[in-house]
Structure formats: C-alpha cells, structure tokens
Design a protein around this ligand. Structure first.
Ligand code: F6P
Length: 466
C-alpha cells in the first residue's frame, strides 16, 4: 500500500524487541523528540516510520510481521516498518561508517596522529553504507504516496535524500541532523570523493534541518569548499526543546520519589550534589568531568565530606572497542577518586552504570549543580531537562561546545570542555551561588529550554516542506 503522506526514516525506530528464553517477544517503546513530534500530526494523516531492525529480537518481529508493518499493539497504533537488513551490512554501515567515521568527524573525536586511516577496509564498509542507505531509499519510495513528505534523520542516512530524489522526484524530502556538523578542515579529512558524495547525498533534500545556526553554517561552509555551494536546498534551524509536560508529569510519579529517597541515602544528610547523566559516549567528556571534580576537592578541600558527585553513565555502543575502553576508564577513575578521598561516611563519587530513567529524573530533581561538559554535542537534552524538573533550582555548568549553549549560555556557567581547571572553578562557583540567584537562573533556563517543544519542532519542519 503506497499511501503514506508523512514518512519518517531513522536507523533506530520507536520500538525494539527483546526475545525471551521461552521464545516470546517483548516490545519496548522508546521516547524522544521524534516520537513526541510525530504524535502531533493528526490521525487523519497516514504516516509511516521506517527504521532498521537492530538485533535478533527485532529481526524476529519483522519475520513475524511478514516484512510488513509491525503490530499496532506494539507501536501504540503508529505504522512502523522495520527493515531486516543483512546483519553484516548493517554492522559495517552503523558501527563501521556511521559511528566510527561520521560520528567521529562531526564530534572531532579522532586522535589524529594515528587516525583516521581510509584504506581498503574503509572502502568495503563504505559500500555497505551505500547499500544500507539504498535499502532505506527503496522502502521509502515504495511506501510514499504521491507528493508525500519524507523526513530523513541523521548521519546514518546521509545518502538517502539523493537516492530517494532519483527514485521519486515527486516527493518533498527533508533531512535533519541531530549531531553537530564538522568544521571544513576537519570534514576534509574524509577522502575527497566520499566528502563530495556525502554532501551531494544530503543536498538531494529540499530542506536540511540543523539544531543550531552554528551547525548549519558549518555545513554550508563544507558545501562551499567541496561542491561549490548548497544549490537549491534550503537550510533551516530547529533547536529541539525539552518536553515539559511529559517531564513534569513523569518526574512526579512514585517510582521517582522512591529513587530520590534511595539517592538521598547514598548522598548523606546536608551534602550538596553535582549531577551528570549521559550515555557513556566519547563526546560527553565524562573522564575530564571526573578530573575536574577531583581538582575541586584538591583546590577547595572545604568541599570534602560536603559534596557528592552523582555520575550516571549509561551503556552505549558497546560493540565498539573504544567505547568499551572509555567505559572502563570512567569506572576506574571514579574508583580511584573514591579510594583517594573517600572516608567511612562519605563516598565522593556515586557512579551508576545501569540505565534507569526514573533514577535520572530523581537526580535531576535533587541536583544542586548539573555538569554538562561535552567536547561537542548537537544539542544536549540533559541541559534542557534538568531546569524543567529541578525542585529547588540547579546551577547548570555547560560546555560552550554543546548546541544547547546557543539557547542556555546566558544563564549557565559556561566552560571550555578541555579546561579541567576552569571546569573545577565553575563547579566551585556553582556550589557557592546564592540560592535566590540559582532559582532565578533556573527559571530562565527552564523557559528557554522549553521554547520549542517536540511537537512544534516536528510540525515546523513538516510545514516548511510545503
Ligand atoms: O545524536 C544523534 C543520535 O542518533 C541521537 O538521536 C541519539 O541520542 C544517539 O545518537 C543514539 O545513538 P545510537 O542509536 O547509536 O544509540
């Protein structure tokens, strides 16, 4: 049935499946801006979300659905089609190219004396990335009704707009980057033909969306340098905001209150808290954050026994060795700080590595200081979520390299993420900020953070394609 009028395409879909030992499949629905955004289009519009099967459970679900739409009961009634792409092709495209090359380029993550190396193995993986993009383009071309709007997401699918344009010139095609965009010199580390193919692939869209003006300008500069400009493609900026209604309701539920009590027990009475919540992602700069906290305890010994760093670092991309090594370093360093400074009644760093959304919200509510210090980040929603749910006001220590800086910088304590001493100084300033100033800044941060709710963020992009 080629009828959908609004299509979304992303690597990770709104539902995933876990296979139980007894052969049952358990569907888990995810959240995030796209899920809320898509819910804003009325029931009269036929929509379809095309995503990739990511694990064995997903593949089994696709087989059971006969390759068609997933059961309504699993998706909350939304049409979702998962593509069962050959696991080796998917792994080369997702782990090999998307996460180990494109993610690294846009977040400036290479240790350049030794990497990147663009050799025959890279070319082999690049061919898989092309195949994976082509499979998405074909599925979208098959399912889109005449003149439909297609909103393609992220660096995984950078070639889709151009491929889809060739298959279906009648469609209105948008692409949105949830990441930063690399500066020209860094982007041009990519082999010239690949850099050109990527940009031309994206320029197949009618409109390209970015989270901040800075990333849109960086993209335009790369186009200028590599392909002579952006042609007829329009660039737009849509700074996705926090979902205030959802967060306020969810953070008041009993499971969050239970987690708050448990955290207070771990923190101990009368102590201040510095909170961070991240995926254990190289760009999040968790290790330098821990160094900064240690520097705070060195430079300001008066904080010993009086502050606890709650660091939640949830598993991410564990198929990649460099992520596994980074995860280990986070645990090692937290243990080292606790060993060096801890006392029988005080654990300086409380590290949690199992993903627990209710506990994250509990930490947001009680945080005195939130540390958000990525080396580079498309937006960073934690920076926007904390002020919305904070109980008593929370000082935001924010990296100037996070997209959120554009909207929140004025009321945050801004840091250079590489400057550990400067970050320690900001932590001290945050911990000593008078309560009324902290509360006032939190109010302003919350209002800036919710200026563009996910529904409006999505509809703005859709209407801009009209
Ligand atoms: O920022 C880009 C992005 O795709 C986000 O949408 C998401 O938070 C993150 O990366 C997740 O990555 P993955 O799907 O690899 O876990």
């Amino acid at each position: 049935m080629a009828s959908a009028q609004v299509l979304v395409a992303s690597n990770r879909g709104p539902v995933s499946y876990a296979r139980g030992a007894d052969g049952t499949l358990e569907a888990r629905r995810g959240g995030g801006g796209l899920v809320s955004g898509l819910s804003a289009i009325g029931p009269d519009t036929d929509s379809l979300w095309v995503c990739s099967a990511l694990g064995d459970g997903d593949r089994e679900a696709v087989r059971r659905a006969g390759g068609g739409d997933l059961p309504d009961a699993d998706t909350g009634g939304r049409r979702v089609r998962m593509l069962d792409i050959d696991p080796d092709v998917h792994s080369d495209a997702y782990n090999g190219i998307a996460n180990s090359v494109l993610w690294f380029v846009h977040h400036l993550l290479y240790q350049t004396p030794l990497e990147p190396v663009f050799d025959a193995e890279f070319r082999r993986q690049w061919a898989a990335y092309e195949t994976y993009n082509r499979l998405f383009a074909r599925a979208l071309a098959d399912q889109a009704g005449p003149g439909a709007a297609v909103l393609v997401q992220d660096y995984h699918l950078a070639l889709v707009p151009g491929m889809l344009r060739e298959l279906r010139p009648d469609l209105r095609i948008g692409h949105f980057s949830h990441t930063p965009w690399a500066p020209v010199d860094y982007f041009r580390m990519l082999p010239d033909d690949i850099a050109e193919q990527l940009l031309r692939g994206m320029l197949g869209a009618d409109r390209l969306g970015f989270l901040t003006r800075r990333w849109a300008d960086a993209f335009a500069a790369c186009c200028e340098a590599v392909v002579g400009g952006t042609g007829d493609t329009e660039l737009g900026v849509h700074g996705l905001g926090a979902d205030a209604d959802f967060l306020r309701e969810r953070s008041r539920r009993p499971d969050v209150a239970e987690r708050m009590a448990a955290l207070r027990e771990q923190i101990g009475p009368g102590r201040r808290t510095v909170v961070r919540v991240d995926r254990t992602e190289l760009s999040k700069n968790i290790v330098r954050g821990l160094h900064a906290y240690r520097a705070l305890l060195d430079e300001h010994p008066e904080w010993r026994e009086r502050v606890v760093h709650l660091a939640f670092a949830y598993p991410s991309r564990q198929d990649l060795a460099v992520y596994r090594a980074y995860t280990e370093e986070v645990s090692r360093l937290a243990a080292e700080i606790n060993e060096a400074y801890g006392t029988p009644g005080w654990t300086p760093v409380v590290l949690h590595v199992e993903d627990d959304f209710a506990r994250s919200l509990a930490a947001y509510r009680i945080a005195d200081v939130a540390l958000v210090n990525p080396v580079r980040d498309g937006m960073n929603l934690v920076a926007k979520e904390v002020p919305v749910v904070s109980d008593h006001g929370c000082v935001l220590v924010l990296s100037r390299e996070a997209g959120a800086y554009a909207e929140l910088g004025a009321d945050a304590l801004v840091v250079n993420p590489y400057d550990v001493t400067g970050t320690a100084r900001a932590l001290h300033e945050a911990l000593t900020m008078p309560d009324d100033e902290r509360a006032e800044r939190t109010r302003r941060l919350s209002s800036a953070a919710t200026a563009l709710p996910p529904e409006k963020w999505f509809l703005d992009q859709l209407h801009a394609l009209d």
